[in-house]
Structures are given as structure tokens and as C-alpha cells.
Design a protein around this ligand. Sequence first.
Ligand code: PMP
Length: 445
Amino acid sequence: MVTNIEKKYFELHPGSAERHDKARNIFPDGVTHDGRRLDPFQIYATKGSGAYKWDVDGNKLIDYWTGHGSMILGHSHPEIVSAIQNQIELGTHLSANSDLEIEWGSLVKKLIPSAEKVRFHSSGTEATMMAIRMARAYTQKTKIIKFNGHFHGWSDYLSAGATDGMGGIPQETLNTMIVIEPGNIDLVTHALESNKDVAGIIVEPTGAHMGLEPISTTFLQKLRDAADKFGIVLIFDEVVTGFRVSRGGAQARFGITPDLTTLAKILGGGLPGGAVAGKSEIINMIESSSDPNFNKNNRIGHNGTFNANPLSAAAGVTALNLIDSTNINAIAEERSVQLTKGLNDVLTRMEIPGCVTNLSSLAFLRIGINESVADPDQNPNSAQQNRSLGTGDLSKQLGLALINNGIHATSTRFILSAAHTKDDIKTTIQAVEQSLIDVRNQGLV
Ligand code: PMP
């Protein structure tokens, strides 16, 4: 049965519905990223500016997907636009090194505490693939520990433990991965003691899905200590948190330095980009030596047509310079705190059990989860107990209702930018309240 929320969704989005029908004959599920699948269909966007974007039906949305977390400056930031325009005239790929890549790499080194050396890629998936390869080459060991729910892109290795989409991955590949529950250091220690072939640990430092399934900084510190004790490589996947949770990412905010850091999203200023940064001696597993045996058997070969391409570099340099020299992170965080407070008031007013939590410029709506359960410092099983958020009928209907009411977020997660104004946040709080009324009218909360 079509719900009232779905009926309104169809009414407001006929152009997107039409395009979805066409796209289903071109793309699997009609989309080009699994995360953009939406039942009955995803909106088709035409343009973005600051905190807003518009769809093909002329609806204006306040954007909390913000380029999957890459647009902390907001859409079409004037300095980014002009940097890209200038560079296009000079060439988008010169098959040579550039001053831009030096500037880009220097900014990564300046901002990210663990970055002694840097290597650029074109996406977060490539960066995490390279990071685990570096850990393996450096330690000459095979296995990688990762945590349930933690997302590190779509490579064969790092898909281990996924609950969906595991087709085509050789069992031999999965056998090189150890997937354990986050939050419990005893499980990690046990894995390390019972297995002498572990090369490294990779972790989303704020917890799975950007922090929706939170882990504590105490756990992170214990991972750091365990990596030191067992002589293995600790990798922070800061594809989302890098340049967001603070200028220097989660590692700067928490004061815990990994051996390797993976970066993407904000790194590219809204264009494709990725990087692994970290200890020189590990990153230098790519560097050629005078020893032919090392070069053949130990060195990591690494190509990639669009690594550090001038367009991404121009956008990336501009974004990182703005992050370095202005208070973008603080503004985005302030807005996130305002949103969190306002939404908590809404939950209280509507007597909906749950809470909204905030992690710098990320805000998480947790219906049915109270603050002590959401807080990983109070609850070591917080990650597991928050795992069902974002799934189920309530979540689906709330997501559609939010779009109907002018908000593009997932039903649970709001990724803010410095372009969101205080008034945008006020409008958002009202729109979320209306969306909760809409789902309540369907008997869902
Ligand atoms: N790691 C994390 C923590 C991510 O959130 C993502 C993407 N959402 C990736 C890696 C993969 O990055 P990309 O989509 O650029 O390949």
C-alpha cells in the first residue's frame, strides 16, 4: 500500500520519477552508487549553491548529504569555482609533476599529524586499498583486522564482514581479513595473540558510518597501544573525518596518532581525490631503491592516471588553505550543535524516545536510543546497539518525509557544512518536526 508520505513524494517529484524509469534501463537499480538507492526512487539534482540544492522538479532542498561528506565549504564555493575555472584553462592533465601537487601534499603534511609523507589517489577506496597493502608490504605479514560495520570503500578485501553485496569476492581474499566487533579491546588482543600473521588494523576513528555506531577514544588509544605492542600498523580511515572532525581530523581532535591515515572527500575540495599519509618508512614502500630484489619483491608499484590531477589539486589546495586559515570547521560544528539541541527539543516536545548526538559537524538522530546507550564512554556495546539505526520502515518513511519537507539527509545522519546558516538550521528543525509528525500520522513513532 502506498503511504501518504509516498503519495506526496510522487506528487512533488514527477520529473525524478520519470528519469528513474529511464535510468533503470541504463544502470543497475537505476543509480550509480549503492548509497543513492531509494525506494521508490532517488531525486535528480540540477544544481547546488552554499547549503542548498535544487532538483529537476524545482524543489529547493537544504542539503545534509553535502557531497557524501566532501562539501564542508558548501556547494560551489566561489574560491573553489574560480580555482577550477583557472586551472581548466591551463589544462586538466599535463602528464607531468606540478607545483600544485607539492602545495597539496604540503598542506596535508601541515594539517594531518601523522603525515610525514603522502601519496595521492583518486578515491577513498583506492586510498584504503593502498593503506592495507602498505601495512602488508612493510610488516611482511598478511592479515588485516577490521571492525564490523566499519566502511572502507568497496574493494574485495575491505568488503569483508559486509552484510550486503559480497558477490564475486574470492574466499581466499576474505581469509586474509579478520573481522571483529568494535569497542572491545580483548577481542583485538585475542586476535593478535592467536595469530602471528597480522599486518595491521584499520578503523573508522569515530566509529562505523561516520560515528553512527560510535566507539570511544579509550578504545582508539588501546588500539594504538596494541599496535605498538605487537609491532603492527595502525590505520585510521579518515576519509570522512579528515579535515572535518578538526582541521587535522580525528587524530588531532583526540590526540592519538596512527601510523597511516587514509584521506579523500574534503581533501579534493569537491573533486575526486584520495591519499594515504603517514610514517615515511611505511609510505616509502612505494619508493624505488638501488636493490633490485627489494624493487621486485618488496616495493609497492603504484600508478593511476588521475593521481594528483591538476583540477583536483587546484580544488584541494583551495579547500585545505581555507580550512587552514579560516574557522570553517568551527562554524560547521557550531551549526551542528545548534541542530542537535533543536532536534533534541523536538524529540522531548513530541515525547519521542531517543536522542540526537553531535560529533563536530556531524549530527545523528537516534530514535529509540537514549543518551547513555549512545555514548560509547558509558556503554561499551554502543556500536552494536546503534546498529539498526537507518534501517526499517520508520527510517525509510522518515527519509522520504524529510525530502518532502525540503531536507536531503539520510533519516539518521546530518553532515553539515560551514555554508549552513543559523536560519537554515531553524528551518531544518521545523522541517524535521513536520517529518516526525508525518511519520507519527502513519503510526510509526
Ligand atoms: N572510507 C570511509 C570511512 C568512507 O566513508 C568512504 C566513502 N563513504 C570510503 C572509505 C570510500 O571512499 P570513496 O567513496 O571515495 O571510494
